[in-house]
Write a protein that binds this ligand. Sequence first.
Ligand code: HEM
Ligand SMILES: [Cu+2]
Length: 492
Amino acid sequence: MSPLQPLNKSARLAILCYVGISAIVFLLMMIVGLVMRASQAQLIGVPPQFFYQLMTAHGGSMIVTSGLAASAVLWYFLRRYTNLYTPILWINLGLFLTGVVLILGSIFIGGFAGAWTFLFPLPSHGLGIWSTGAATAFIVGLLLIGVGFLIFYLEVARAILKEYGSIPKALGWPQLFKNSSDTMPPATIVAGTMVFIVNILGILAGAVVLVLILINLYVPRFEVDPLLTKNLTYFFGHVFINATIYQAVIAVYELLPQYTGRTWKVNKVFLAAWTASSLMVMAVYPHHLMMDFAMPSWMAISAQIFSYANGIPLIIVTAWGALTIVHRSGIKWDAASLLLMIAIFGWSAGVIPAIIDATVAVNKVMHNTLWVPGHFHFYLLTGLVAMLLGFMIYMINGDDQSAPINPNKPIDVKPMTAADTSAIWVYTLGSIGFSMMFLISGTASVPRRWAEHFPEWIVYSQVATVFGSFIVLAMLILVIKIVIRLPKARTL
Ligand code: HEM
Ligand SMILES: [Cu+2]
């Protein structure tokens, strides 16, 4: 392969914008999350109506920002193997920012507080709290963001297919099923292919449901089937947020080799796990609809089975791959590689409560409790965000643009400062503690999405608030460092 070329000027600037914006929004929305938890803890007073506005802003912004940061990881590494067309990065960013302005306007000016899941018929039932106009701004904003990402993943698809010929080839099926002796596709290509398949389908489903709701807002006679819209919404939401992890993990596949001077071995087990997950990640979404008795029971049952089967193989090949590549490699740890290893732990551990929740018998009891935010905050904070932070710190930890990356020799690492080490561990322990408090609250049947908590529950929220402030503090240190050093980031 030709030696690595740095990102071109325009792509570099775009990627730096993606990273800088995501880091800042993550921090701001964590502060919003802390305000919500502190208000459930009755440490501060937030009027209930405002709580639901904050909840809508927090959930929505976190999801789309995870998408933005993850897409930067995908692009950053994918262009090492394919020719990507830079203007797409800018079009996506433009639509993203326009959408975010509309969404924030709908929430904080229009009072929209129907949660990021915009479940039908909530947008049209503001009960005087929000108007049709506010709901429209929210839906159109989300639609614009969706269109931006759709264009982005279509470009990813085009670039991969141009280089690798077909989806089966990019997923390594000839090697997997026909014992072809062709060289294996790189891990980044396999992951990128799975992501563009599921995300294009997921975003299309999201666009369809948003348009249906939009028409219904203005033409109520245009009746929409509530169960169908719920299926489309959760297919989109589930796939989109899961795909962020599948993009962020590319940083693990690409960077651990750079830190160890070894290659990430793509083998048949790796290919099989990714192919299986490509299908299963789409088949498991009904685990969000287990409470809906009108759903056919075979869907709930298959969702349970696939939920067990889906995440695990991928995590095992990743965790196993990471441990073997690091083992006796003489790796010199820095903030980035440490965060990537922590993230693998966080992702693996976070899947356990997720799988428990995807069990029909458990879900019937736990579904609307804080168990649910508990499982996803676990793998989003200690898994996804830790991976993204690892990637960002890798970028800012090397200012040498010209030194080529030698696959057989580890890159030079910057030793960790005391501030790095403490921020990383405070972030990690804070995240585990914070998520555990949601899980514990869930087992005590504390409902999710309640602005006001009963006195018996308040102690959970108070402990959680302490952990939450640890996260915010550590994040503040890391984000300041990332933003300050970003202009000199390495974009090789
Ligand atoms: C300091 C870190 C964070 C804090 C303190 C925090 C706090 C909260 C709180 C209090 C809720 C409402 C729970 C309820 O009563 O139902 C919530 C919901 C949520 N959070 Fe976070 N969070 C944090 C980080 C994150 C991150 C990093 C993400 C995603 C990457 C995220 C995504 C979400 C989502 C999707 C919801 C659901 C909103 C809904 O139910 O509509 N949070 N968070
Ligand atoms: Cu799901």
